[in-house]
Design a protein around this ligand. Structure first.
Ligand SMILES: NC(=O)c1ccc[n+]([C@@H]2O[C@H](COP(=O)([O-])OP(=O)(O)OC[C@H]3O[C@@H](n4cnc5c(N)ncnc54)[C@H](O)[C@@H]3O)[C@@H](O)[C@H]2O)c1
Length: 270
């Protein structure tokens, strides 16, 4: 069901790789709610070609940008503003990648070169993106910026490896840049901390099957799906949540505040 919550709004969505991607699900929902979109992903992801299906479905241009490259980001904002004929009302940062996880390196034995790249792609990219928009004055008043995160920023999930540190940094940048952008132009910046979700990035976590089943049993409402995350993002992009900024918002069926559940106790007693 659509409510026209984003009618007249113009947004950039980063990170739709395939139809399982949270960014893909969110782009579809934003369009349903009346938004005009620009889609972006890393040039290497664009070569897969999948994103063109989404571009057709949501009637949006695709503009490539490696989020670690300031020239790419500048070009993306320039072209987006040209396409929209003005500023941006919302941005989804749905980007993550761990080089040490890809190379199967244990947390206690990470390669620091890989680690720097992981931090740059998964966390500092939010700073780069906001700073580019700041310098170009690309975001409209009350613009809403969301980055996706995971509760490994607050609690230990050993197999999440260096991504736990990346998410902690991402949430820090959200608070700190969020402060400055609120004062400058009433721009709000938040993270959404999503349940484990079967996507390319999600499934890269070691032992993901066990992990997602455990989270399901530990969440009174069950795990939140990608489509439900998209719904939540729509509300945060809308004008109904204007005073929410600098927050980490859990979207996890209650997982974050649950100590234990009967389902888990039952499992332990087996
Ligand atoms: N899937 C989960 O379980 C889960 C849970 C909580 C949070 N998240 C977060 O949600 C976000 C989206 O992940 P997803 O699960 O939809 O997986 P996904 O693999 O579909 O999306 C990750 C995206 O990051 C993009 N990316 C990687 N390097 C890039 C670069 N240098 N420049 C631009 N883009 C780049 C990829 O191309 C891909 O589109 C990530 O931040 C992830 O950590 C995922």
């Amino acid at each position: 069901m659509a409510y026209n919550l984003l009618k007249g709004k113009k947004g950039i969505i980063f990170g739709a790789l395939d139809e399982k991607s949270i960014a893909w699900r969110t782009a579809l929902r934003c369009r349903e709610e009346g938004a005009e979109l620009v889609l972006s992903n890393a040039p290497v992801a664009l070569r897969m070609g999948e994103i063109n299906k989404l571009a057709t479905a949501v009637e949006a241009p695709v503009i490539g940008a490696d989020v670690t490259n300031m020239d790419d980001l500048k070009k993306l904002f320039e072209e987006s503003m040209k396409h929209f004929g003005g500023g941006i009302d919302f941005v989804l940062h749905s980007i993550g990648m761990s080089l040490n996880m890809r190379k199967n390196r244990h947390y206690t034995a990470i390669d620091y070169g890989f680690n720097q790249k992981t931090m740059d792609i998964s966390a500092i990219s939010l700073h780069r993106l906001l700073r580019t928009a700041w310098d170009m004055d690309a975001l409209n008043e009350w613009c809403s910026v969301i980055a996706l995160t995971y509760i490994a920023a607050q609690r230990v999930f050993p197999d999440y490896n260096e991504m736990a540190d990346a998410k902690t940094l991402l949430e820090g940048i959200t608070r700190n840049f969020g402060y400055h952008y609120a004062l400058k132009k009433k721009v709000r910046v938040n993270t959404v901390s999503q349940s484990p979700t079967r996507t390319t990035a999600g499934s890269g976590v070691k032992g993901f099957d066990g992990f997602i089943t455990y989270a399901e049993k530990m969440s009174p409402l069950g795990n939140a799906t990608g489509d439900q995350c998209a719904d939540y993002c729509v509300t945060l992009f809308s004008d109904l949540t204007r005073m929410v900024t600098m927050q980490n918002l859990f979207h996890d069926g209650g997982f974050s505040f649950t100590g234990v559940t009967e389902a888990v106790i039952h499992q332990m007693e087996k």
